[in-house]
Design a protein around this ligand. Structure first.
Ligand code: UDX
Ligand code: UDX
Length: 471
């Protein structure tokens, strides 16, 4: 028997929960979607009249919110009644890497998943389908199941029943709405065929059935981790070759193009850069490493460990090159940072390579003028302040400023460093920039944004990542 779904609740109004529910609601006008979050301020922002105030920036998101908010899409802090009324509940809370205890630095901290499962157990009524949306270590569904079953068995909670599905989200930030609207695949893992079909029915309102893959729970959970691990591995692979290109006068863009034209390899995700950032790659590979070690697969764990090590190395390597090119001395120098987000089209800075590179440069004694079209200065402050063993945050805040455009950032600087692939950097007026910078003026381009021939003809010294002719 299929369950008729009238109301859906999503716990967690973050980068995953918010856009996912917005797209689901747009495609399922007869279902009421309520997104809840323990962070009341975040819910207020999701409800703000001014759509520029939404807590996350994603192209196309504000249009969807404008269209559906208040109709069949709601953001609420009333967690209890939203759970109580829901036929289906998505768990989309964060699963950060543990910072202490067993598995610190590798294992996922499941405390938020656990507390969400407890809330579901407590407040839900009748039969509820619980869907894991967060990326979780394999077999987390078991944890959720055992919490729900424990409550179910308690006399006072009689009449409740649950099914658990894994439905990992593959969206990438910056393209979340496009990815959700037109996914490569939708993966649904579970034990109960009816529940799987029920969720599948919701997706079939806009996704072709042939793209919806159904599996067992464990395979679904593992597939998400492995997809992220493979993507991150590609970036570390191409970044390792960027260093080789610099040493041998080859050009990484040409190599990526040639390699990617092989259909078996494919052309996407082969852009060399300052290393991968974002909330998922490092966390998910760390998790994979932890799981491998747990099962005694030390060699497999070591293989994946190198993907993370290479990523750190790439960032450190870039910092070192900047220092070396500027005569080994950054004190009294002003460096313009173009881009602080971990990639373009998002305001997210989690694990952004800009954080480590900016900290390295600050440690060398320079002043940073930072421009990013979407990242707020409070966010930059938060990220750069987490370095208290070197400087306290008051000292730190005297060493950088956030500028409102790229020319303001470049003014009177000795070098500019491109760290995020924002498209507006491509059309920067290099002549204008050259005229307002100090001389000699350096450009360090880690994202293949600046035309090196043009820059050097204007008079810049230019270093381009992975380009042996400009290294
Ligand atoms: C996060 C993880 O990073 C990702 O791996 C996972 O797949 C989904 O969750 P994201 O949406 O980007 O992705 O996280 P975040 O933006 O931090 O949003 C999580 C939200 O859950 C936060 O707004 C937080 O306040 C909320 N939350 C957390 C709850 O509502 N209840 C809790 O108990 C804990
Ligand atoms: C990733 C996965 O792509 C997505 O499927 C999953 O659901 C969540 O994790 P996200 O982290 O949002 O998404 O962005 P992604 O586009 O994958 O970029 C991650 C990092 O890799 C960024 O720092 C980006 O700049 C970098 N990157 C990406 C490269 O350096 N080169 C590339 O070719 C692609």
């Amino acid at each position: 028997m299929y369950k008729e779904i009238k109301k859906i609740c999503c716990i967690g109004a973050g980068y995953v929960g918010g856009p996912t529910m917005a797209v689901m609601a747009a495609n399922n006008p007869d279902i009421k979607f309520t997104v809840v979050d323990i962070n009341k301020q975040k819910i207020n922002l999701w409800n703000s009249k001014d759509l520029d105030e939404l807590p996350i920036y994603e192209p196309g998101l504000s249009e969807l919110i404008k269209k559906n908010r208040g109709k069949n899409l709601f953001f609420s802090s009333d967690i209890e009644s939203s759970i109580e009324n829901a036929d289906m509940i998505f768990i989309s809370v964060n699963t950060p890497t543990k910072t202490k205890g067993f598995g610190a630095g590798f294992a996922s901290d499941l405390k938020y998943v656990e507390s969400s499962a407890k809330e579901v157990a407590k407040y839900s009524k009748g039969h509820t389908i619980v869907v894991e949306k967060s990326t979780l270590p394999v077999k987390t569904a078991l944890t959720i199941k055992s919490i729900l079953t424990a409550y179910q068995e308690k006399g006072e909670h009689k009449g409740k029943s649950f099914d658990i599905l894994s439905n990992p989200e593959f969206l990438a930030e910056g393209t979340a709405i496009i990815n959700l609207q037109n996914p490569d695949r939708v993966l649904i893992g579970g034990d109960n065929k009816n529940s799987i079909e029920t969720l599948k029915g919701i997706y079939m309102n806009w996704v072709d059935e042939c793209k919806i893959l159904t599996t067992d729970l464990w395979s679904s959970e593992l597939s998400k981790l492995i997809s992220n691990a493979f993507l991150a591995q590609r970036i570390s692979s191409i970044n390792s070759i960027s260093a080789l290109c610099e040493a041998t006068e080859a050009n990484i863009s040409n190599v990526s193009k040639a390699v990617g034209m092989d259909k078996r390899i494919g052309s996407e995700f082969l852009n060399a850069g300052p290393g991968f950032g974002g909330s998922c790659f490092k966390k998910d590979i760390s998790n994979l490493i932890y799981i491998c070690k747990h099962y005694g697969l030390e060699d497999v764990a070591r293989y994946w460990e190198n993907v993370i090590l290479l990523n750190k190395w790439q960032q450190r390597r870039i910092s070192k090159i900047i220092v070396d090119k500027l005569f080994g001395n950054l004190s009294d120098k002003r460096i313009a940072i173009f881009g602080f987000a971990f990639k373009s089209d998002t305001n997210d800075t989690r694990e952004s390579p800009a954080i480590n590179i900016c900290r390295d440069l600050l440690d060398e004694g320079c002043f940073l003028s930072i421009y990013d079209p979407k990242v707020s200065s409070s966010q930059i402050k938060r990220e750069l302040s987490l370095h208290e063993n070197v400087r306290n945050s008051d000292q730190n805040n005297l060493l950088w400023e956030k500028n409102s455009n790229l020319y303001e950032a470049a003014k009177n600087s000795d070098a500019l460093v491109v760290l995020t692939d924002w498209v507006e950097f491509k059309s920067a007026d290099l002549k204008k920039i050259f005229n307002i910078m100090n001389y000699p003026s350096w450009i360090f381009d880690t994202r293949d944004i600046i035309n090196p021939e043009e820059a050097s003809s204007i008079g810049f010294n230019i270093w381009k990542l992975g380009n042996g002719f400009y290294s």
